[in-house]
Design a protein around this ligand. Structure first.
Ligand code: TNX
Length: 553
C-alpha cells in the first residue's frame, strides 16, 4: 500500500470516528418525538453495570416495565442491570413510579440527573411508565455502534415530558389472505410497542380464510381455515398447487391477548360481516342466499356471495362466535367489518326481501332498500355486542345504513368520510388509503421493478408523515370525535414475514409521529435525518428487515 493511500485511509478513519462520537450521545429526540425535551446541562448520567433499576410498585405492569427495561438495556449495551424494590445506597438508580403529578394516563416525565446519579421515570399510570421506558430504550440506540462506550454509556442530564396526541394509535394485520403464526403476530406486537402504539386490530376472518377456533361452530375453523390453492399474481388464471391454511386455537388467542396486554396494547378482533364471508359460507352454506356450494376463496377481490340478512341462523352464528371472542378479548370494542358487501344476492333473495318488507325498510335517495338492509344487519349485531358490554367498530360503509351514534367508524375511503361521520356524532378512526395503506408500494424502485408484485398504490414515507387527521378548519365538535389513526396491512400479496416487515418499516415510524406528536412539532426533515437513523439501529438489532430506498424527491 502506498503512503498516500495510507494517509487517506487514516484521515478517513479519524473523520469517521469523530462523526461517530458526534452522534454517540443521545438528545432524546426519539421516534415519536417527545412533547418537551429540556437538556439541563451539567454532567451526564453514566449508565454502567452498577446501576440498579428500582421499582417499588407491586403492580404487575410496573414490575414488567422494570423487566422490559433491563432486557432492553441488555440487548442494546450488553449490561445486565439488577431490578430491586428498594433504593440501594450509593448506587446509581433508574427509578420507575406512578405519579399524580403526571396528568395524562399515557404520559410520563423522565428526569435524568447526572450529578445525583438518578434517572426517574414517572408515569400517569403504569402505561405512561411503559412509554417512558420506550423513550429511554430508544435513547440508548445511538450508542450501540460504539461498544467502547457501552461500559459507561453517557445520558445527558435532562427532563423529558411527554404525552400522546391521540388516544387510539393502531395498526391492523390481515392474517386471512395469508396466515401468520403466533410467533410472527407477537413480533408484530413488539413493533407496535416500540412505536408507542396501543391498539392492534386483528383482521381474523375474510373470504380467503377463517382464523379463529370456534368451539360452538367448529366447521368454521375446520373447513373455513383451509383453501385449496391460491391464485398466482393479480388474479391471473393460474393457481399454485399449495393448500394454504391455519387458525389460532382459543388458547393461542388468549396467549396473544396476554402478550399484547403486557406491552400496553389492546387487541381488537374483527369478524367480517355481511361481506367478505366466503370462508363462513364454505363451512355453513345454508347461511348464504343461494345455499351454495361455496369454497374458501382462492382469488382476491370483492365477491357477490355474502351472508343472508333474512336468515336468523346467520345472526345466531355470528352472535355465538362474538360471545366466544368476547370471553377471550377484553377489548372494549369488537370490529364487525361491514365493508365491501355487494347487494346483488340480497336483491333477489326471497328471505332478504321478506325481511325488507317485515321491517318496513325503504330505499332512500341513492341508497337502495338493500343498502338499508345492511343498516338493519349492523344494528342487530350492534345491539348484541352492546349486551356483552362492548361497542362496535365498523368500516365506513356501515354509515350507509341507519346506525346508532355509539358505533365507531373506521374510515378507509378518505378523510372526508371521517369528518362526515364525526359530524354525525360518531367516534372516528382515520385510516385513509392515501396515507395509511401499508400494502401499497413504498418506493419508486418497488413500483419500477414490480418486485415483489404488490397490490398497487403508492404511499411513500413522506406521504404518511404528512398526514393530518384533523384538517384545518374543523371545529371542536368534530375534532373531539377523531379518536385516532390506524394503518392497515392487507396481505393478499404479502406471503412472508420478511416482506411483511419490509412493508411496515420504517413506515410505522412515520405513522407513530402522526399518532403521537402534535402537528406543530412534526418535521419531516429532522425525522428523516436525525430521529430515524437510531431507530433503524433498533430494527437491525431486533432482526427486522426494513426498506432503505429513498422515495421520490
Ligand atoms: C380494501 S379496506 C379492503 C380489503 C383489501 C384492501 C386491499 C377494506 C375495508 N377492504 O379487503 O384487502 O382493500 O388494499
Amino acid at each position: 500500500m502506498n503512503n498516500k493511500l495510507l494517509l487517506r485511509l487514516l484521515v478517513l478513519s479519524v473523520l469517521a470516528s469523530l462523526l461517530a462520537t458526534a452522534h454517540a450521545v443521545t438528545d432524546y429526540q426519539v421516534v415519536p418525538l417527545p412533547k418537551d425535551i429540556r437538556l439541563t446541562g451539567g454532567q451526564p448520567f453514566l449508565l454502567d453495570a452498577s446501576c440498579v433499576i428500582v421499582c417499588a410498585d407491586s403492580d404487575p405492569q410496573m414490575q414488567r416495565n422494570a423487566k422490559f427495561l433491563s432486557d432492553y438495556v441488555e440487548k442494546a449495551t450488553g449490561l445486565s442491570l439488577t431490578v430491586s424494590d428498594r433504593v440501594p445506597k450509593d448506587t446509581k438508580t433508574i427509578r420507575l413510579l406512578v405519579s399524580k403529578a403526571v396528568k395524562h394516563d399515557e404520559g410520563y416525565r423522565m428526569t435524568v440527573d447526572g450529578r445525583q446519579g438518578t434517572i426517574t421515570i414517572e408515569g400517569g399510570s403504569p402505561r405512561g411508565v411503559f412509554y417512558g421506558v420506550q423513550t429511554l430504550r430508544k435513547s440508548l440506540a445511538p450508542n450501540v455502534h460504539h461498544p467502547s462506550l457501552n461500559a459507561h454509556l453517557p445520558l445527558p442530564s435532562a427532563v423529558v415530558t411527554d404525552e400522546p396526541r391521540f388516544t387510539y394509535r393502531a395498526m391492523h394485520l390481515d392474517v386471512c389472505r395469508h396466515f401468520f403464526p403466533v410467533e410472527m403476530v407477537k413480533e408484530y406486537i413488539d413493533i407496535l410497542a416500540l412505536h408507542n402504539m396501543n391498539t392492534f386490530h386483528w383482521h381474523l376472518t375474510d373470504d380467503q380464510g377463517w382464523r379463529i377456533e370456534s368451539k360452538r361452530y367448529p366447521r368454521l375453523h375446520e373447513v373455513g381455515s383451509q383453501r385449496r390453492h391460491t391464485v398466482i399474481g393479480r388474479n391471473t388464471p393460474l393457481f399454485d398447487d399449495t393448500p394454504h391454511g391455519g387458525y389460532y386455537t382459543q388458547e393461542q388467542l388468549h396467549d396473544v391477548v396476554r402478550y399484547a396486554q403486557e406491552r400496553c396494547i389492546t387487541v381488537i378482533p374483527e369478524v367480517e360481516m355481511p361481506g367478505h364471508a366466503l370462508a363462513i359460507l364454505a363451512a355453513y352454506p345454508e347461511l348464504g342466499c343461494t345455499g351454495g356450494p361455496y369454497e374458501v376463496e382462492p382469488t382476491w377481490g370483492v365477491f357477490d356471495d355474502i351472508l343472508c340478512a333474512g336468515n336468523d341462523k346467520v345472526f345466531q352464528l355470528l352472535s355465538g362466535v362474538i360471545e366466544e371472542l368476547a370471553a377471550i378479548f377484553p377489548s372494549p370494542y369488537i370490529n364487525i367489518g361491514g365493508d365491501e358487501a355487494p347487494k346483488k344476492r340480497w336483491a333477489t333473495c326471497p328471505k332478504c326481501q321478506q325481511r325488507i318488507r317485515e321491517e318496513g325498510i325503504k330505499g332512500d335517495g341513492p341508497l337502495s332498500a338493500e343498502a338499508k338492509l345492511q343498516g338493519y344487519f349492523t344494528n342487530r349485531m350492534e345491539q348484541f355486542v352492546n349486551t356483552l358490554g362492548r361497542r362496535i367498530i365498523g368500516w365506513d360503509e356501515i354509515m350507509e345504513g341507519d346506525i346508532t351514534q355509539r358505533a365507531t367508524v373506521l374510515c378507509w375511503r378518505g378523510v372526508e368520510k371521517g369528518i362526515e361521520a364525526a359530524r354525525q356524532g360518531h367516534d372516528v378512526i382515520m385510516a385513509p388509503t392515501d396515507y395509511c395503506y401499508f400494502d401499497y408500494y413504498q418506493t419508486d424502485e418497488d413500483v419500477e421493478w414490480s418486485k415483489p408484485l404488490l397490490i398497487g398504490g403508492y404511499v411513500p414515507l413522506e406521504k404518511i408523515y404528512s398526514f393530518e387527521p384533523l384538517p384545518a378548519g374543523v371545529d371542536s365538535q368534530v375534532s373531539q370525535h377523531i379518536i385516532g389513526v390506524q394503518a392497515n396491512l392487507w396481505t393478499e400479496y404479502i406471503p412472508w414475514r420478511s416482506l411483511l416487515l419490509y412493508q411496515m418499516l420504517p413506515r410505522a415510524a412515520a405513522l407513530a409521529e402522526v399518532q403521537w406528536v402534535p402537528s406543530e412539532r412534526k418535521d419531516y426533515d429532522t425525522f428523516l435525518s436525525h430521529r430515524l437513523p437510531p431507530l433503524l439501529t433498533v430494527y437491525s438489532q431486533e432482526g427486522w428487515p426494513y426498506c432503505t430506498t429513498k422515495a421520490r424527491q
